[in-house]
Ligand binder design. Sequence first.
Ligand SMILES: N[C@@H](CCC(=O)N[C@@H](CS)C(=O)NCC(=O)O)C(=O)O
Length: 347
Amino acid sequence: MFKLIIGNKRLSSWSMRPWLLMKQLGIPFEEEVVPFWHPDWTGRVRAAAGGAPVPGTVPILVDGALAVGDSLAIAETLAERLPGAGIWPPAPDRRALARALCAEMHASFAAIRLECSFDVLRSAQPKVLTAAAVGQLARADAIFAASDTRQGFLCGGFSAADAFFAPLALRTLQYALPLSAAAESYVRRIAQLPAVQEWIAAAAGEREWPMQGPNGRNYFAAVITADDAARLAQAWVAAWNRRDLDAVLALFAEDAAFVSPKAESFVGRARVEGKPALREYWTKALAAIPSLEFRFEAADWDPARSAIVVTYQADLAGRRARAVERWLVRADGRITYGEAFYGAAAP
Ligand SMILES: N[C@@H](CCC(=O)N[C@@H](CS)C(=O)NCC(=O)O)C(=O)O
């Protein structure tokens, strides 16, 4: 039985290619997910590959004593092992085209890959592309649109070429990139493949390695992106500016703990545990502060620690200072532990 070692489904486009190829063609395999940013990521990848000297990247195909790194080499190895499985199209000209397309995917489209980093849980959030990426999108459009005359797939029936382009096709949905009608219909066909749907559903349920918070509670680290971290921080700033305590508290786990020198003056202790106590602290704080305005500056996401560091400007009844909060974020996207740090008063 083959084993495929992959990264997080939410984020790993290279892992998706051979996974999708094998699933869609009905090739049985077991998978092992090695979550990105694990403190011993490379060690875990190598261990999953039975200690073979593989590159420190995923995917890796393991077949008995053999471990093959690199998606293109995996496709070739599968085609060799399973000649009738349909990895490459049977007709020589289509097969040559499929190989050329896979090689092109492997070596090109750098700008669009960099600017639209793969995130299967992102949906239709537009992004302005550089001229280089726009040029690459036009090339992808032409490749996708040609599927019209080839049974709806890039080289006839579903083959490695479609698996290799699937992550780029999905990026056009994630970033609402404009395509021709023919290219769009190809993207829709790929997005609706059962194997693609299965990958996306699994991505939504991903959990990272277990961690222990300073509140003594165990939780799973979050699989989020820097964009998610910025959105969470901006929602927090907006909720405070509306003085909407329910919205602030909704961002925290039920058993969250929070540490702040200000809590001491409002509730008599710097460390506040659990939502009811947090509500009491922040209700008292809001009642004592006639005007409050926060301005978001930055949110730095540290995936290895599942931590967001938010920098903002606080204007509390005319007293202005920059401040920082550090939050630990659980797999469900809620803050399990927060700590506040305050800068000098601005003139
Ligand atoms: N050329 C490789 C690229 C693999 C690759 O870059 N994989 C990414 C995940 S999508 C990775 O393992 N990144 C981890 C790292 O570079 O440390 C392939 O086609 O398989």
